[in-house]
Every structure is written in C-alpha cells, then in structure tokens.
Design a protein around this ligand. Structure first.
Ligand code: PHE
Length: 343
C-alpha cells in the first residue's frame, strides 16, 4: 500500500517538474488535488479499512498531499517568474534601434549672414526698418540726389516697371523713407533686403542680390564715428585681426564717400591671389550723408549730420565661407547648401 503512495508521489513530482508553464501545472494540480483527483480518491478508501490501519493510512495520504502541495507551490513560483520575464521581454522597447529621422534643411548662407549682420548692428542699438522692393523712381534716385537725367543713375542699370516705378537698385531709398517719416529727429537704423540690377550675371554679379543699408543721424557725427562702427562690424564678422581702410569714392547721396576695404584673411594683408596682390578686399560703400539729401528729406542741416553705409550680403558671405561664385546662392544645389550649419 505504501509503495503505492511512493509511486504516486514519484509520478506527481515528475509531472510537476515537467510542467513548462502555469497551465500545464494547473492540469497536474487538478489530476492530484481536485475533488475528483487522485488524493481525494485515496482518502475515500479510508472508510473501508480496518480501524487499526486507518491512522497510518490517513497519515500517509496527508503526507503525500503535503509533498505534492509543496512541490506545486515551488514550481508555481518558478513558472510565474518565467512568465513575467517572458512578458517583460516581449514588451521591451529596444532603445538601441535608430529613431525616425527627418531632414531639416540647413540655413541658407544668404540668410545666415543677413541675420548675423543684423545681430551685430542690433547689438549696437540699431533698429530694423523695412523697405519696398518695388520702389518709386523718386525715392530710389531723386531724393538721394540723383535727379532725372543725372549721370549717376547709369551706375545702377535698372528694371523699370513703368516710367516712375522700378525694382529698387539698392536699399538706400529706405534712407529717404525713414528720414521723411522721422523728420528732424535722430535716427539709427539698418534695413536688410533684396535689390535688383540689370547686370549680366557672372561669378560676382547677379541681377538680384542682398544689401543691408545703415543710416545714423545725430548731431556732430564725423567720419571717425563711421570708421569706428564699420571697424567693429568687420572685427565681429571676420575676426579681431581684420583691419579696415577707407578709399575715396563717389556716391551722389554721401559726401565724402568711401569704399571700405578689409585686410585679406588669406594673407593677412601681405598680398595673395584672393586679394589680387593688394592685401585688401573691398566689402562695402559708405559715407557722410550729403547735406543736400538731409535737407531734401526734412532735416535741419545746421543741427544734424549723418553717416550711411550699404553692405553687400553675398559679398560678406562669400568672404566668410570662401564661396567662389555668387550664382551658387541661387542654384539650390543641395550639395552646396548642405555644408552650412543647421539651426
Ligand atoms: N547704395 C550704394 C550702392 O548700392 C551703397 C551705399 C549705401 C553707399 C549707403 C553709401 C551709403 O552701391
């Protein structure tokens, strides 16, 4: 009889060991411990036994039951752990997988430099004035001391829309517009934007390009103020080692007028191919606002003086980034554009 218990115990422990998941283990539990299970049926034989055998038999069945219950309990813990780990593994997020990428375009070098120029002057207390790309002849030329038939109009071949309207040839008409707006009060503005000229396109000329106009009007301004302003601009844009020089020039709306050169970044002023052997590279035009222009636009020239400058955006960008051909700005070649920083 007891060898039967042993046999059942052995089989039960074996089945428990072989259960690979919780539902298999449940089946084993049913087989042995449910109401119709083996242990209950062993117990039901008790009533047929002789009284002196009952105690030992009962103890035997109870021991058997206890062994099976303990084994089920231990195995259940192991399998529950396995099930949990499996679930965690299945639900794990693989953080080593590359994420979804989407391409952001880099800043266009034109806008990069336009913004940088603006930032430098905003830092010096200038504000930004907006102008019109389609401009009246009167503001583009006449109010800047270039009356009709003035030969200086030929310096800037123009796209006329009708007799009195054209695509502005420079940002300088913003000078006249701002002066008219703020009559006889100090001014300190820059105005970035696009301008148009009927040039034949080559590697340094384009029929459309960008300028940043600057205009300061106050009492007792001198060329010294202009030079200090542009010197600071150049050092911030091209580095602290760059020097500037003024060369006498001519613009109808400034007197005196200057072309401003920056010392060559390649050779530090010694002379090389980049600066065509001169040690200097021309970057902008400037001058003291012609008193006639101040007067025409409503300023008292006994009290006010002014200086103005016009910076070519592509020109500055070409020097900063070593770009060889202005046409690259407009061709939209991603191999070119991808070289600039993303912001
Ligand atoms: N408007 C001039 C040009 O386009 C540049 C300039 C601006 C010169 C302001 C003097 C003062 O050539």
């Amino acid at each position: 009889m007891y060898s039967e218990f042993e046999k059942i115990q052995k089989e039960a422990l074996n089945s428990i060991d072989l259960a690979l998941d919780l539902s298999m283990l449940d089946e084993v539990k049913n087989t042995y411990l449910s109401k119709k299970g083996i242990v209950v049926s062993l117990m039901s034989r008790l009533k047929d036994l002789a009284p002196e055998d009952k105690k030992a038999y009962g103890q035997g069945v109870n021991e058997l039951k206890k062994v099976i219950e303990d084994a089920l309990f231990d195995r259940q813990r192991v399998l529950a752990d396995v099930a949990l780990n499996q679930k965690l593994n299945e639900e794990k997020i693989d953080i080593s997988l590359p994420g979804k990428t989407f391409n952001t375009a880099p800043m266009h070098p034109f806008h990069l430099i336009k913004d940088e120029i603006s930032e430098i002057f905003l830092g010096m207390g200038y504000t930004i004035a907006e102008g019109n790309e389609i401009e009246e002849d009167y503001f583009n030329f006449t109010l800047l001391n270039m009356p009709e038939n003035h030969p200086a109009r030929d310096m800037q071949d123009s796209f006329y829309i009708n007799k009195n309207t054209l695509l502005r040839t420079h940002t300088s008409p913003v000078q006249a517009r701002e002066m008219q707006k703020h009559k006889n009060t100090p001014l300190k503005i820059i105005s970035p934007g696009k301008v148009y000229r009927r040039d034949d396109d080559d590697n340094t000329h384009s029929h459309q390009f960008g300028q940043v106009e600057g205009l300061v009007i106050a009492e007792s301004l001198s060329l010294g103020h202009l030079k200090a302003t542009l010197d600071l601009f150049v050092k911030k844009m091209f580095g602290p080692k760059r020097e500037i020089r003024f060369r006498a020039s001519y613009f109808p709306f400034t007197e005196p007028s200057v072309e401003v050169d920056v010392s060559c970044h390649e050779c530090n002023g010694k002379g090389c191919a980049t600066c065509k052997g001169t040690g200097w590279i021309e970057i902008l035009g400037a001058g003291m606002v012609n008193p006639h222009v101040l007067e025409m636009n409503g300023y008292d020239i006994q009290k006010f003086t002014g200086f103005a400058f016009g910076i070519g955006i592509e020109r500055v960008a070409m020097l900063r980034f070593g770009i060889d051909d202005i046409r690259r700005f407009y061709q939209n070649d991603v191999r070119f554009l991808d070289q600039f920083p993303k912001r």
